[in-house]
Design a protein around this ligand. Sequence first.
Ligand SMILES: Cc1cc2nc3c(=O)[nH]c(=O)nc-3n(C[C@H](O)[C@H](O)[C@H](O)COP(=O)(O)OP(=O)(O)OC[C@H]3O[C@@H](n4cnc5c(N)ncnc54)[C@H](O)[C@@H]3O)c2cc1C
Length: 538
Amino acid sequence: MTGAEYDHVIVGAGSAGCVLAARLSEDPGVSVCLVEAGPADTHADIRVPLGAGRLFRTRLDWDYDTHDEPFLGGRRLYLPRGRVLGGSSSLNGMVYMRGHRSDYDGWGLPGWTFADLLPYFTRSEDNERGASSHHGAGGDLSVSDGRSGNPMSAAFVDAAVQAGHPAVGDFNAPDAAEGFGHYQLTQRGGRRCSNAEAFLRPALRRPNLTVETDVQVHRIIVEGGRARGVVGARLDDPFEARAEREVIVCAGAYNSPQLLMLSGIGPADDLAALGVPVVADHPMVGRGLQDHPSANLVFTHALPVSLLAAGGPEHVRRFEEEGAGPLTSNVPEAGGFVRARSALPVPDLQFHAAPLMLLDGGLAAPTHHAISFGPCVLGARSRGSVTLASADPTAKPRIRHDYYGDDDDLRTMVAGLRIALDIARQSALAPYTETPYLVPESESDADLREYARRRTQTLFHPAGTCAMGTVLDAELRVRGIDGLRVVDASVMPALVRGNTNAPVTAIAERAADLVRGVTAPAPPVRTGAGGAAGASRA
Ligand SMILES: Cc1cc2nc3c(=O)[nH]c(=O)nc-3n(C[C@H](O)[C@H](O)[C@H](O)COP(=O)(O)OP(=O)(O)OC[C@H]3O[C@@H](n4cnc5c(N)ncnc54)[C@H](O)[C@@H]3O)c2cc1C
């Protein structure tokens, strides 16, 4: 079959894909096709922030697991990923965090220093606190203070301050590298503001933007060394879209390398072993997988203030009428950054605190009122991989994170658990830490290491599997193939020290300018609807 022809075909309507589709279709003379494996984002639990956990292991989730993790006693960890318009931004924890400026400066790539990216962060942003030297107002992505008002989150921050850590009012301020506070969230009026809501929805009526939902791309068409389009399927119906200018892969840190490999772009020996014809030998596709391993302490208590109690008629009324109350909770409401060793120039630990019993990576239903908090390791040295388990494009890729493959990461986690236990002992948390439910046996190195191995989960920040500098050049182009870029979390050469949605959004903002040949970012503008009802099928 021969598919419809567009200037740009974007694979994946996740955090990055929604930004690119909106920006590239601003020019009415450019046609854009955005292809998404999942459905439209109409499910009610997407808008209600506290509902996100109910989307795990549903049809809106790719529902991945790691393979046996060798340094976690062979455990398999659940790895949720959004399969819906908005991608993972439709089910994430909504923490708005950019990472440390040295992360970007350390990439050593032209155009990607923090100073280069700051105008892209602010261009996207509509911060309810208003514009400043480092924040934007009037952009597409709403950034707000939390509205859940949970007393445990406040108590956690107070306890961290009692333990000697600085208080932070704005984690994205230039001088806020360390300390504890409440996270700002990608919410609008207490509702989730996913990247689909922020960027794509206002652009949907443009006649030059076509959105194809429920279409999984199986392969990039490469002819004569140039990407020409994609093929895939909507259920059993074959799908093809041709790209006059570029194919832009935004399928996320697990699926982008999988799609490149299915298209013959990857480690030649691995591809040949599965019978995939090799188009370009790219040994680093799927390698370099990084994440933030995380482990929580859980304390139960008798006070009926945790999110276990959320959802009664009064909470529903507050959510619907005021956009406030427990249903607006993003779960990791508060947290902070710490240097485990004072000699370090930058924090190597981030903490998240949730007014909820968090068990089994969020899969197990809470049974008691509880508070859960703990560290995740930043700047981890361990590297994992995404490889093909099969040449069947509908088969799940093989994912191995190798968390703690470098023992230094485990040492950092041990230091973080000690800091968490110290915070737990402070008087501000006393009403909530009555009964230790999940805590290490003791503070000995051996017990803390064992606890980390048994309790570590993902913080959901995979990155680095199609990295700039190896797989891609500094303009996100796949080396050796014309007309093909990758734009998503996979492009980070080193994972940033913080949550990843805002960084991916800024990367996509800059990518749009690279594709358009624009050298200086324009000031913030809301994505306009413009034009008559178009060809969108979302
Ligand atoms: C549970 C959870 C909580 C998180 N919490 C936070 C947080 O609080 N703050 C934060 O900053 N970050 C958070 N993150 C991480 C953040 O959401 C991600 O880093 C970010 O969304 C990644 O964007 P992306 O564009 O790389 O990929 P995604 O947003 O995952 O988008 C990839 C898209 O591509 C589609 N796709 C994949 N393969 C194909 C194919 N073959 N054909 C067609 N479409 C395809 C997918 O369905 C998806 O829509 C969280 C993530 C998760 C899963």
